[in-house]
Design a binder for this molecule. Structure first.
Ligand code: SAM
Length: 244
């Protein structure tokens, strides 16, 4: 998996990604990261990349040309005419686990980070394939959203997580939230780990976890249960019991 990020703040991307699990994936070459500074493609003698919006209004808009030139240089470097280009924008489809799973199949992903009031619409029309938001709020730039997406996608790339199964049984697997987790000590401030988890009885532990998953989803994100095709007959009976 090769991530390419077009940004005005490459150090923010590099510093944010080069830690912990994603940092290790970079070091062992499972993932590569190329943070491209859009400002390097400014043809202005003051290296400007933004200007006032036509029609008036507050703020500045990133100009089309430096973004376009940065993209063309990337096309040339990769020897690819067509690239998957994700523009981070509050106006996009909201990022989700299924979207991360679909994007994790690509070999190269390009993230385009806006700043100020955004980017001139014309270059977006020319190069963007996907418009993605990380939620219904407005941030100052696309760098944090790009990092959020790259983190979620990286975890799905084989060999990034040490424990291959750990990405499989997490929240949103089967579109359910994960069951509660416990570690040592067995008792903390008078609160004991549920006995079943100490029993060594794997089938019963699995059943308990599934039930906790269903209970938690019903309590916190009930809409995930509507039309959920992963629910078994037994799951439905348990939910019926919980609902009373
Ligand atoms: N004027 C734009 C609008 O109303 O749609 C918002 C611009 S925002 C201040 C600057 C940049 O931050 C955007 O171009 C985008 O790249 C990024 N951004 C802000 N909020 C975001 C979100 N929720 N998801 C993804 N990117 C976001």
């Amino acid at each position: 998996m090769n991530f390419h990020v077009l940004t005005l703040f490459p150090e923010m991307i590099e510093d944010g990604f080069n830690t912990s699990i994603t940092g290790r994936a970079l070091q062992n070459g499972t993932i590569t990261l190329d943070a491209v500074n859009i400002r390097d493609y400014s043809t202005n003698k003051h290296m400007r990349v933004d200007d006032y919006p036509y029609g008036g209004g507050a703020g500045m808009v990133m100009q089309a040309e430096p973004v376009h030139l940065a993209y063309q240089a990337l096309q040339q470097k990769l020897g690819k005419e067509r690239l998957r280009v994700i523009y981070l924008t509050p106006q996009g489809n909201v990022f989700s686990q299924p979207m991360a799973e679909e994007l994790a199949k690509e070999e190269d992903l390009v993230f385009l980070c806006g700043h100020y009031e955004g980017i001139d619409e014309r270059v977006l029309e020319m190069i963007v394939t996907d418009y993605v938001s990380i939620g219904d709020y407005v941030l100052t730039g696309g760098e944090l959203p790009a990092l959020v997406m790259m983190d979620a996608i990286s975890r799905l790339v084989p060999q990034v997580l040490n424990n291959e199964v750990s990405a499989e049984f997490e929240s949103f697997h089967d579109n359910l939230l994960e069951y509660p987790q416990y570690t040592r000590p067995e008792e903390y401030m008078g609160k004991r780990v549920p006995d079943i988890l100490l029993s060594g009885h794997h089938a019963k532990i699995e059943q308990w976890r599934r039930e906790q998953s269903l209970k938690r989803t019903l309590e916190r994100r009930p809409e995930l249960l509507d039309g959920n095709e992963a629910l078994t007959k037994k799951d439905k009976e348990y939910l019926q019991k919980l609902r009373g």
